[in-house]
Write a protein that binds this ligand. Structure first.
Ligand code: CA
Length: 228
């Protein structure tokens, strides 16, 4: 099996060493950058399979790096942020980051997020008109939705919502991203409506809505559909 190459962008020596050692033990190839400028250079020259990006870099805003890389590449980007950079984290997701880790993070968490991102990258190439995930099935061309092979009636909003989540499976979608996709706007009232539609959708797809299996809530950030 080909090794995956991961670009680590982190100016903190201790964290960078922790990440690179972890990746080495788990059989990944890696490249390291200590600032934004070399991150963009390495991303361009090596086209890595995934990027772990610290948001607080000495020379450049992490969000600027994402914007640049996204002009030519869809490679998964997982941002690593400090708690104080919560707003930056949401901006990073809005500008195309796939996922985030908050410092301090565990090595297991890092590896798990990386596996998910690499898997979604591989699956992106097989676009299909039928989506299935556990007991859920969507026939995009017919506009039909099924749970356990029986068709479930969704309102147009619920259907839009499940389509957006399924088409971005494994990715954390911010409130702004989702409300813009549904209504074209992102007012506070849209986010409140989104919560309502999410609640009614969950009742139709989750066995236990207090312990959802398909749609994860990221408090203050947004939602993610998990592959089950
Ligand atoms: Ca930093």
């Amino acid at each position: 099996m080909n090794k995956h190459t991961v670009l680590i962008v982190e100016d903190d020596n201790a964290i960078r060493n922790l990440i690179s050692t972890t990746l080495e033990i788990h059989n990944y190839d890696f490249l390291v950058a200590q600032n934004g400028k070399s991150a963009i250079m390495l991303a361009t020259s090596h086209n890595p399979d995934a990027i772990l990006l610290d948001l607080g870099l000495p020379d450049m805003d992490g969000v600027e790096i994402i914007k640049k890389i996204r002009t030519w590449s869809n490679t998964p980007i997982i941002v690593i942020s400090a708690r104080s950079e919560d707003r930056d984290k949401i901006d990073a997701l809005d500008f195309g980051a796939n996922d985030y880790l908050t410092k301090p993070f565990s090595v297991d968490e890092l590896l798990a997020r990386l596996r998910v991102s690499l898997r979604s990258q591989n699956n992106e190439k097989v676009a299909s008109s039928i989506f299935s995930n556990g007991d859920l099935k969507i026939d995009y061309s017919a506009g039909c939705f099924y749970v356990n092979n029986s068709e479930i009636h969704l309102t147009p909003m619920e259907y839009k919502l499940i389509c957006i989540l399924s088409q971005n499976i494994d990715k954390v979608l911010t409130h702004t991203f989702i409300t813009k996709a549904i209504w074209g706007t992102c007012y506070d009232t849209d986010i409140a409506s989104l919560r309502v539609f999410m609640a009614t959708l969950r009742k139709k797809i989750e066995v236990d809505t207090s312990n959802p299996k398909y749609i994860q809530t990221h408090v203050g950030v947004g939602y993610r559909m998990l592959r089950v």
